[in-house]
Design a protein around this ligand. Structure first.
Ligand code: ATP
Ligand code: ATP
Ligand code: MG
Ligand code: MG
Length: 288
């Protein structure tokens, strides 16, 4: 029975369940960070404090949301990958996206002073937008991750060269942009080396590769056991018993969440960490 004559308004809400049995990627991106960088004097092209803050907020999101298996961050964006079997909020898109965005934003602001102790935040405060995209196969999801990491590489090489021309070459932005127009990767590498004795390969991994966040278990020797294929062969998610699901959740909560700057394009990253695709917690490494 209706509680009041007003309750019919609930029927105006539209269902927004994400496709079942697909990898859900929620990507968040900082709003107007070009301005925010200028306001707080981020070092160009890469401010390590700002990257550290993004990574800390992403770690906090993954600690809160155990259905996220891996996340990848670069610049002012972070992509969070929910396992295809995830049933959080019955896979309602607005619930998932808004929870990720608000958790991330809240931690970003909460942790700001740890990374920028001398620069108190003042309005307009940092905020983030978010979207969800469903990827039906492991290959699509991995290609998504590869796309973001390739973007990181291309942008970072460009930005590194652009800012070196300005900071060390004393060019203005217009001239720097003109010098780089139509150049290929090898031209930028060459320019950095010949004019500034700078070897791009020696730049910090966090700048070149971005950051990947995941639960850390004992690495597995890559073998013939192809988890990716098995995962994709499932017609529908396996129905785990409640006890098993609870146990997995506890083991996930015990695992250390790490931030690394690894290549996620090559197979090795995924082969050695089968838990990312299987969502079965691995062995907790022994403390040394
Ligand atoms: P929008 O609201 O449309 O996202 P935006 O100004 O945030 O606008 P983006 O395309 O997201 O535009 O670009 C983010 C900007 O923030 C880039 O210029 C990038 O170089 C800068 N930025 C992000 N993180 C850092 C960092 N750690 N150090 C230096 N600059 C950064
Ligand atoms: P909007 O919020 O309207 O979608 P956006 O600027 O946030 O616009 P995204 O779709 O979030 O764009 O794209 C994020 C980044 O991916 C861009 O900053 C760009 O580096 C890259 N990108 C977007 N579209 C393409 C494309 N078609 N080809 C290559 N790179 C792209
Ligand atoms: Mg942005
Ligand atoms: Mg961005």
């Amino acid at each position: 029975m209706a509680n009041s004559k007003f309750e019919y308004v609930k029927d105006f809400e539209r269902p927004d369940y994400l496709l079942p049995n697909t990898w859900v990627v929620v990507r968040i991106d900082g709003k107007g960070f070009t301005k925010l960088c200028a306001k707080y004097g981020f070092e160009k092209p890469n401010d390590k404090r700002a990257l550290g803050l993004m990574n800390a907020a992403a770690k906090a999101v993954m600690t809160d949301l155990t259905d996220i298996v891996v996340s990848y961050g670069v610049s002012d964006e972070y992509s969070f990958v929910f396992h295809k079997t995830c049933t959080l909020y019955d896979r309602r898109e607005s619930k998932l996206v808004s929870t990720v965005v608000s958790t991330f934003s809240a931690y970003y602001v909460y942790l700001w002073s740890t990374y920028f102790p001398d620069m108190p935040l003042a309005p307009p405060l940092p905020s983030f937008d978010g979207r969800a995209v469903c990827y039906p196969s492991v290959q699509n999801m991995r290609d998504y991750m590869s796309w973001r990491q390739a973007d990181c590489h291309i942008n970072n090489l460009y930005n590194t060269t652009f800012w070196t021309l300005i900071q060390q070459g004393k060019m203005d932005a217009t001239d720097a942009e003109r010098s780089l127009k139509g150049t290929l990767s090898k031209d930028k590498n060459e320019l950095l080396y010949s004019q500034f004795h700078m070897n791009y390969n020696n730049e910090p991994e966090i700048f070149k590769k971005g950051s990947v966040v995941f639960r850390d278990y004992e690495l597995v020797e890559p073998g013939s056991d192809n988890v990716a294929e098995k995962i994709d062969d499932l017609a529908e998610p396996v129905n785990q018993s409640k006890t098993q699901a609870e146990n997995d959740k506890k083991r996930r909560a015990k695992a250390r969440i790490v931030v690394e700057h690894l290549d996620v394009i090559k197979d090795d990253f995924w082969d050695r960490r089968p838990w990312l695709l299987s969502n079965k917690p691995g062995k907790i490494p022994k403390q040394t």
